[in-house]
Design a protein around this ligand. Structure first.
Ligand code: ADP
Ligand code: MG
Length: 360
């Protein structure tokens, strides 16, 4: 992968920087979780201090701001420590570069029809006038979008510090010896998690299951799931996974309410804590229960506490997983918090990510 770090001369280079500003915004217009934005600061600072002329491109999905960055510019200014100019449309990029006045942000790149289609014509408009492209949005690297993929065909393209750091940390835990490596998979979107289990089960000592992922496994093992949330086609979903594999650890007891499994039970919590206590590496994605309700958050909270109390190299990711551990004040205690939800899972599943392939 070509790294931003390796570029020797950035002075006066016009750089289009793909950043990750896809944050939740409150009804009052306040950025609720600035973690992703703050993580962009290092790469932006580096480019600016080396004399590059930077225009950032990003997407935002929050509807309370009409999927536009317009109202967020003053907050970005504070979070990034730079005055940020606002460029409304792609057509306004070229005139801005001619009268460059500090780092700027193009409005939501997904407002352009060609973005999600990975349209080469749109990529050409986006790349026009720039010398270099830097991708610093790991979370979007599993998408074949114009500002992630097609643009790299038009400009010399490099990985920013975030992408470099994500790939280094995730590769490190995947490649580490399997002794003492523990994977914890929970949450709801089982179709994105099962491929990770299939890819990593032979590279670890235990896969601890929770959430809907374990419901699916238990259903396939012919356990009565009552009204619990389960996927419809669990047979297809779990095909190729040996459910009798002793490394695959399903919960033994549960917290049940209204005939639904909503959390792992006490005995399972103790078993998981024991396994985590002697782990060297823990990779965790997905809450183990319906953590949004404190009554069903115990499994998730106790597992989080056990991970941070252990000396293991811990890697976590996933929007809900991060918000669950942040809620109990433990987020900073994890060794590595991935900014990529879907992208992290795709990487752990051994898939080729279009955004990363493009930087090779
Ligand atoms: P992440 O965002 O961390 O990747 P997911 O989006 O896959 O995680 O799943 C998080 C959701 O899974 C949460 O809303 C949580 O309430 C839900 N969940 C976890 N366990 C259960 C369960 N047993 N029944 C229903 N929902 C669950
Ligand atoms: Mg989620």
């Amino acid at each position: 992968m070509k790294m931003l770090r390796d570029i020797t001369d950035l002075k006066d280079k016009k750089v289009i920087l793909r950043v990750d500003f896809d944050v939740p915004v409150s009804d009052k217009g306040q950025i609720e979780e600035p973690f992703r934005i703050k993580k962009q600061k290092e790469t932006l600072d580096y480019l600016v201090s080396h004399g590059a002329k930077v225009v950032m491109a990003a997407h935002i999905s929050d509807e309370s701001v009409g999927e536009s960055f317009a109202a967020l510019i003053p907050q970005l200014h504070i979070l990034l420590g730079h005055e940020i100019s606002f460029i409304k449309t792609v057509a306004e990029i070229a005139p801005y570069l001619d009268h460059y006045a500090g780092p700027a942000l193009l409005d939501n790149v997904r407002q352009n029809e060609g973005e999600k289609k990975n349209d080469p014509e749109f990529a050409k408009k986006l790349a026009d006038g720039f010398d270099l492209y830097v991708n610093n949005d790991f979370a979007v690297c599993h998408r074949d979008h114009a500002s992630v993929s097609a643009i790299t065909k038009l400009l010399p393209s490099y990985a920013g510090f975030i992408v470099e750091e994500e790939v280094a940390n995730l590769s490190r835990v995947i490649d580490a010896p399997k002794e003492g490596k523990v994977i914890i998979m929970g949450g709801a979107k089982a179709s994105t998690k099962v491929p990770v289990i299939k890819n990593l089960i032979d590279k670890c000592e235990a896969v601890l299951l929770g959430g809907v992922v374990s419901n699916d496994v238990l259903k396939e093992k012919d356990q009565d799931m009552g009204s619990s949330l389960v996927d419809t086609d669990t047979q297809a979903l779990l095909a190729g996974l040996d459910l009798a594999d002793t490394r695959l650890v399903a919960p033994k007891d549960f917290v049940v309410f209204d005939n639904k499994i909503l959390d792992i039970g006490e005995q399972t919590i103790r078993q998981y804590i024991d396994i985590i206590a002697s782990a060297k590496i823990v990779i965790w994605n997905g809450p183990l229960g319906l953590f949004e309700n404190p009554v069903f958050a115990k499994g998730t909270n106790e597992v989080a506490s056990a991970i941070v109390a252990s000396s293991a190299m811990s890697v976590i990711g996933g929007g809900d997983t991060i918000s669950a551990v942040d809620k109990i004040g433990l987020l900073e205690k994890f060794k590595f918090v991935s900014t990529g939800g879907g992208a992290m899972l795709a990487f752990l599943a051994g898939e080729k990510l279009p955004g990363l392939e493009a930087l090779n």
